[in-house]
Design a protein around this ligand. Structure first.
Ligand SMILES: NC(=O)c1ccc[n+]([C@@H]2O[C@H](COP(=O)([O-])OP(=O)(O)OC[C@H]3O[C@@H](n4cnc5c(N)ncnc54)[C@H](OP(=O)(O)O)[C@@H]3O)[C@@H](O)[C@H]2O)c1
Length: 298
């Protein structure tokens, strides 16, 4: 980068939440930000938010859209210093209820999308001999609770690919970093509910009774950081000279992960099963609860 020029950042999924907060935060720090959305109208509200912020369309599930978007940034700015692979969503549902199409849709955005963006920007970063790619994973990229299998699998995959890419890209001066936020207060749960409507509406599912109560635990987190907190973490990462492989946003996320490494799996499984209500599906329990319901109704 020549003196006086602004570093250039491309962010995916900038229409709301973490992506939007990251776009405005980096623009405020003097980055020339290309805030991309799946459709242009989804990021229209960011237009004019800052003189150094431009909106553009990138649907990460569409390889051509990714290629066109990255080329547009390079044509306009001549370089890309930072990429934040933020676009992502979740599909809820027990593994047995997730058909091939649901899994494919989940991976299409969270994994294949992020990797398409990486592949598209790497040649330019290599020419520059510098660059920083932040892949927004999740605590769900390290632990996989029930009813979140598709989402967790996608984030585990993103982490695995990031681990390989980090070492492959390092000789060219490119940093690849994974960020693992915990619960963050965005519209993410509402979006997940909408994306999972088909799965959750299946009344034939053996898990139908669990879905009703359990998803409330996931969709209304009692605590969580703000998208601005996550954006500030991303800003810290991209301005760090030698970033670590992984970051979390809050110390208690690190503690939670450490605890899952210490506690016996059997204890963790039992706790989460009770929390979600899966214990109620045990044959004896089902009979008891049917009897309780029968007695109540008679
Ligand atoms: N919220 C949390 O608790 C939490 C925790 C850990 C990690 N994360 C991760 O953080 C990232 C951002 O989530 P968020 O919480 O900010 O939720 P959000 O407000 O729903 O933002 C998700 C973004 O991804 C975009 N997106 C979805 N599919 C896309 C596609 N095909 N192409 C381009 N953009 C697409 C959405 O765009 P549209 O407006 O077009 O839908 C939206 O801008 C995700 O990767 C998520 O997995 C979230």
């Amino acid at each position: 980068m020549t003196a006086g020029t602004h570093p250039v950042a491309l962010i995916t999924g900038s229409s709301s939440g973490i992506g939007e907060a990251t776009a405005t935060t980096l623009a405020g720090l003097g980055y020339r930000v290309f805030a991309s959305g799946r459709a242009l109208e989804n990021v229209e509200h960011l237009r004019g938010r800052s003189p150094s912020l431009e909106i553009m369309e990138i649907d990460v599930a569409d390889e051509d859209s990714v290629r066109r978007g990255v080329q547009r940034v390079l044509d306009a700015a001549g370089r890309i210093d930072v990429v934040v692979n933020n676009a992502g969503f979740a599909i809820f549902g027990a593994v047995e209820d997730l058909d091939r199409e649901a899994l494919r849709r989940q991976f299409e955005v969270n994994v294949f999308g992020a990797m398409s963006v990486c592949r598209a920007v790497l040649p330019a970063m290599r020419r520059q001999r510098s660059g920083c790619i932040v892949n927004v994973s999740s605590l769900a990229g390290r632990i996989s609770p029930p009813l979140l299998g598709a989402y967790c699998a996608s984030k585990f995959a993103l982490e695995a690919l990031s681990d390989s890419l980090r070492v492959e890209a390092r000789p060219f001066g490119i940093h690849v970093v994974v960020l693992e936020p915990g619960a963050t207060l965005t519209r993410f749960p509402d979006r997940a509910m909408a994306e999972s409507a088909n799965v959750l509406a299946n009344t034939d599912s053996i898990y139908a009774s669990v879905y009703r109560g359990a998803l409330a635990n996931y969709t209304t987190p009692s605590t969580g950081v703000s998208s601005k907190d996550v954006a500030r973490r991303i800003a810290h990462i991209v301005r760090t000279r030698h970033p670590a492989a992984r970051y979390r946003v809050r110390w208690y996320d690190t503690l939670a992960l450490a605890l899952t490494g210490i506690l016996p799996q059997r204890v963790l499984d039992f706790g989460v099963s009770r929390w979600i209500g899966l214990q109620e599906l045990r044959p004896g329990r089902q009979r008891n609860s049917q009897e309780r319901n029968g007695a109540r109704n008679s």
